[in-house]
Ligand binder design. Structure first.
Ligand code: NAD
Length: 484
């Protein structure tokens, strides 16, 4: 085993417990590299108590002092980028440039947190003669952050820098499939000066998540993962009267018009469906091809076929995941779809134990097929043929998800029409992965997000704080009127 058994991270240090351990696998080799504790209610309770004891002191610090930790943390992320990149590659499988991009995004997220003292200020107004109303933001308290396997470093950093800078204490529950990056984040934040107990890491799966939802000492929760679990978490957390923002799965549609720039569309679409082995919640899943787009599809096939396994794309997360994805492809083929590029038999020499699956492009998928409706979460693109843009938009709108949508066209009018009518929270024009960058916030619509607001950017300020409205009067000579 490459790494010693992991422990939870409590009160600023490792916390060994006697819970069962789960194997952690390197998806590019199939080798077991570590074991992670599967905590439950008892471990969550210990973490909540430790956090509650330090929260008053952390919350009482002026934000300009708290934010100093984030300046140092940002620089530590930069200094350790090679090591953090390698760790993401090791536990998640994504290739080096993808893992590095994830750390760069974590740096950008932390830079946003560094700006919070400038933008999360209160407001004050003289509302009647001599009477002032002011609004100040206060932290929510001890909060939980539950993350998925596909971005072991970035998704925790969607929440941690903002939640901590705004005065909360956080209990991070990383995905049990990729627990190593979360531990490094905790260690780097400690090195950056975060006081012990302000961030804790509790490992585990369902039991730990349910305990976080149920614990009365937790005031708020962010969750990122599948829609199935997002619904469970949102219902359970709000059922115990917590604020909760639960981001779920996706089924992203890219509408491609015949006038789209052939090269730009083809390369962007293939990059979107195959990047991170298709395991991005912003990945292209369905290309809705409008009228004659065969020249673009032909170029996409060339680009996808030229990709080298292990160099241009990594494995999917597990053998079970690969089998599930292959099942979708087999079923679509049996139902009459045409597999133009077939990644099902991909093997990487020397890494035969890895869970590789090459980019797969399937034409003539119909909207009723399961592959057109459900989240596949692998490097698979279904092409659905339509006559015009309205029919394409109807295909897009039929999906219960609403994370991202894009249109590829040279027409400003068509682009604007799709931007206005697509039923997704993040929309792109000639962009395969329309992720908003800071300070713009990240979040989908419909079954891709439960709760109000987005998880990053300005929107997160509302989530991680509560506003106190204060009305004061000091000058007797101002007199009284009907409002004071
Ligand atoms: P997942 O839902 O299986 O797991 C997410 C988290 O929930 C993990 O920490 C896991 O331990 C926990 N969990 C799993 N089953 C649970 C259960 N029954 N009860 C309580 N907790 C449970 O998701 P995943 O497979 O790790 O990640 C992939 C999914 O995440 C995809 O659906 C993807 O679209 C989604 N995702 C969405 C976004 C977004 O912004 N909307 C971003 C990244 C990933």
């Amino acid at each position: 085993m490459k790494y010693p058994d992991l422990t939870n991270w409590l009160a600023g240090g490792p916390d060994a417990s006697d819970v069962a351990l789960l194997d952690v696998t390197d998806p590019s080799t199939g080798d077991i590299i570590a074991r992670v504790p599967m905590s439950a209610a008892r471990e969550v309770d210990r973490a909540v108590r430790a956090a509650a004891s330090v929260h008053p002191a952390w919350a009482a610090l002026p934000i300009k002092e708290r934010v100093q930790v984030m300046f140092r943390y940002r620089n530590l992320l930069e200094r350790h980028i090679d090591e953090l990149t390698a760790l993401v590659t090791e536990e998640n499988g994504k290739i080096g440039i993808e893992a590095r991009a994830e750390i760069l995004k974590s740096i950008e997220l932390t830079e946003f947190a560094c700006s919070l003292p400038q933008i999360a200020t209160g407001t004050v107004l003289e509302v009647s003669r001599g009477v002032e109303c002011r609004v100040e933001r206060f932290p929510v308290g001890v909060v939980g952050v539950i993350t998925p396997f596909n971005f072991p470093n970035m998704v925790p950093n969607w929440s941690l820098p903002n939640a901590l800078t705004l005065g909360n204490c956080v209990i991070l529950k990383p995905s049990e499939l990729v627990p190593l990056s979360g531990m490094r984040i905790a260690a780097l934040l400690q090195e950056a000066g975060l006081p012990a107990g302000v961030l804790q890491v509790v490992h585990g799966g369902r039991d730990a998540v349910e305990a976080l939802c149920d614990h009365p000492g937790i005031a708020g929760l962010t969750f990122v993962g599948s829609t199935k679990v997002a619904k469970i978490v949102y219902r359970r957390a709000t059922g115990t009267l917590k604020r909760c923002l639960a981001l779920g799965g996706a089924k992203n549609h890219l509408i491609v018009m015949p006038d789209a720039d052939r090269e730009m569309a083809a390369t962007n679409i293939v990059a979107s469906m195959s990047g991170c082995a298709g395991q991005r919640c912003m990945a292209a899943s369905v290309m809705v091809a409008v009228a004659d787009t065969d020249h673009i599809v032909a170029r996409m096939v060339e680009v996808a076929k030229a990709m080298q396994p292990g160099k241009d794309f990594g494995p999917v997360i597990s053998a079970a995941s690969r089998a599930r994805i292959v099942g979708y492809i087999d079923e679509a083929e049996r139902a009459g779809a045409t597999v133009l590029v077939d990644g099902r038999r991909t093997v990487v020499k020397g890494r035969e134990g890895g869970f590789y699956l090459g980019p797969t492009i399937i034409d003539h998928v119909t909207p009723v097929m399961r592959i057109a409706q459900e989240e596949v979460f692998g490097p698979v693109l279904s092409i659905v043929r339509t006559r015009d843009v309205d029919e394409a938009l109807r295909v897009e709108a039929a999906s219960p998800y609403g994370n991202a949508a894009s249109v590829f066209t040279e027409s400003g009018g068509v682009a604007r029409y799709v931007m206005e009518h697509a039923t997704a929270g993040m929309v792109g024009v000639n962009v395969g992965v329309p992720v908003p960058r800071e300070p713009f916030s990240f979040g989908g619509w419909n079954e891709s997000r439960f709760g109000v607001g987005d998880i990053t950017g300005h929107s997160s300020i509302e989530f991680w704080t509560q506003a106190k409205k204060m009305t004061t009067k000091w000058n007797r000579e101002a007199g009284t009127n009907w409002m004071s």
